[in-house]
Design a protein around this ligand. Structure first.
Ligand code: OAD
Length: 257
């Protein structure tokens, strides 16, 4: 049965756990004003993310794809971490092993103070060459709308993983290894609709972890969790911290350098 608050069982498990694995998705940043992908707010102009976040879309119309990412970069720049981000940073300090795997590309976990963050879908502020793969900083369309180019002659693209692309293998391996060691697995703000990230819960479950979903809506995967906390992460995660006797430091001075 979903509940709006973490159970005594979850708090008991967390108090005795050495290793925690957290998977976050777009919902973790929703209370920071960054729109999720599915559901309301997922559209940009008339496009769905699946129509723009692909190598084919970039090859067909790189300017359109860049315009979308420049809009999203601006949203991320304006956004600040929320209570959920800060709660996860506070939790990290308590555990021997605390791994935060994120599908988010907005860097808000790091801005809230999380350290052991595995970005399996890249980072929106970075760019890389579409042809040779060399990474660059934050380049984009120039004022005249000219596409950024690489020295090799290729086009520069945002350094994020698109539909149909492989995830960075090292990041994936670290995430998978952490899943086999976790005693508690928290799935926070993700629809669990995209593989392989959604499969982390199964790996952690098979290895004996207590599986918890934190989401104000039920998802296709909810039945597979031991516990569903049916609340926004900005409420549920601070409740977990309080249950463990932890203070949350929400330092508004923490900003992306
Ligand atoms: P989705 O947009 O699919 O799902 C967001 C989830 O967050 C939904 O289940 C919402 O119910 C939930 N949610 C909304 N507000 C919330 C809140 N305040 N607290 C907690 N949960 C909340 O986003 P993802 O699951 O992250 O991939 O999507 C996975 C991947 O699909 C993304 O990383 C992206 C996308 O296409 C790529 O771009 C490769």
């Amino acid at each position: 049965m979903p509940s709006g608050a973490p159970s005594e069982e979850l708090l008991r498990r967390m108090k005795s756990a050495r290793s925690i694995l957290v998977l976050t998705g777009a919902g973790a940043s929703a209370e920071s004003g960054v729109p999720t992908f599915r559901g309301q707010g997922g559209l940009w102009r008339e496009f769905r993310p699946e129509e723009l976040a692909t190598p084919t879309a970039f090859a067909r119309n790189p300017k359109l794809v860049w315009e979308w990412y420049m809009w999203r970069r601006e949203l991320v720049r304006q956004a600040s971490p929320n209570h959920g981000h800060y709660a996860l940073a506070a939790l990290e300090a308590k555990f021997e092993e605390f791994t935060l795997v994120t599908q988010n590309v907005d860097g808000l976990h790091q801005r809230a103070g999380s350290r052991n963050v595995i970005e399996i879908h890249g980072n929106i502020m970075r760019s890389r060459c579409f042809s040779c793969g060399v990474q660059t900083g934050e380049v984009a369309l120039d004022e005249d709308g000219q596409l950024p180019g690489c020295e090799c002659g290729g086009l520069i693209r945002p350094d994020v993983v698109w539909f149909g692309e492989l995830l960075p293998p090292q990041a994936l391996k670290r995430a998978w290894d952490a899943a086999t060691r976790a005693q508690v697995f928290l799935s926070v703000g993700t629809s669990s609709a995209v593989q392989p990230a959604a499969g982390l819960a199964d790996i952690a479950g098979r290895a004996g972890a207590y599986l918890v979903e934190i989401n104000p809506e039920t998802t296709e995967m909810s039945d597979r969790f031991d516990e569903v906390v049916c609340a926004p992460s900005g409420q549920a995660l601070p409740m977990i911290c309080r249950g463990l006797g932890l203070n949350i430091t929400a330092d508004p001075a923490v900003r992306l350098s």
